[in-house]
Design a protein around this ligand. Sequence first.
Ligand code: FPP
Length: 296
Amino acid sequence: MEPTSPKTLAASGNTAHEAAHEAAHEAAQVFPPLPVTPVHVAIVMDGNGRWAAQRGLPRLEGHRAGAQCVREVAEAAIDFGVELLTLYAFSTENWTRPEEEVGGLMTLLEETIAREQDAIVENRIRVRSIGRRDAVPSTLQAAIDHLQEATQDNDRLTINFAFNYGGRGEIVDAVREIVAAGVPAAQITEKTIAQHLYTRGLPDPDLVIRTAGEMRLSNFLLWQAAYAEYYAAQVYWPDFGRKELYEALSNYSRRERKFGGLSPGGDPAAGDSPALGGDPAPGESLDAGRNGAAKR
Ligand code: FPP
């Protein structure tokens, strides 16, 4: 697959990482507004381990670098008009990793919350968490709960933090709730299930991004992503920043979403394939006719 970014997996080095992040900050003003912005972007933050291995560092250093770049992505998401960001931070399957890595991740998450809490509040970001509470260390759970409470009235961006999360487990939990509530089988609809998911009340993701060039859902938002657009970013998560988010959003803005229907007024035989098109350089004009309204 062609890399979508000059910052390819193989080419990224420590200096390249730092320089690219700096350049991304400087270039913040030059990203032109996109004709369509996804309301909800969900990200599988993949490649921390490989990022570290490339530098001869322990895997945990990759996770540490990954935690650092969440802030830049959140700030860029606000600037680009994204309202909801779901980040896959720890899956129900991640418990099978070596104890040292799992323990290190828990500590890192707690440290990250402690470090970023003030900035999150100041930036009026709301943090919610989705996932199972069992098995999560009590101090980390308390930190997550506190952050949720402290930010519940914020409205600039919602970060939905998927922690100890698995899509199948979420559906099982929803079914258990529905059965426990005594809802008659004939009355169960798709809406009933959606109302019992961890994401109840939130819109489905419009765009799912996975970094490290991987193309798997890995049990992420299985129900909610039924009609999401999918984008594989060709950089490891610690190298994903403002520019890479813009590229993903730009690519999304050229997709035509049909939700199982037909293109409104389009002739498929005459049409090109927007998803296969290359990304325009910042400043290049985009076809504003695609993808319907700016917000859905
Ligand atoms: C996948 O990379 C990443 C994880 C399992 C953990 C993600 C956690 C973070 C980015 C840090 C904390 C985040 C927040 C929001 C504070 P991998 O380990 O599977 O990488 P690999 O495939 O290269 O081994």
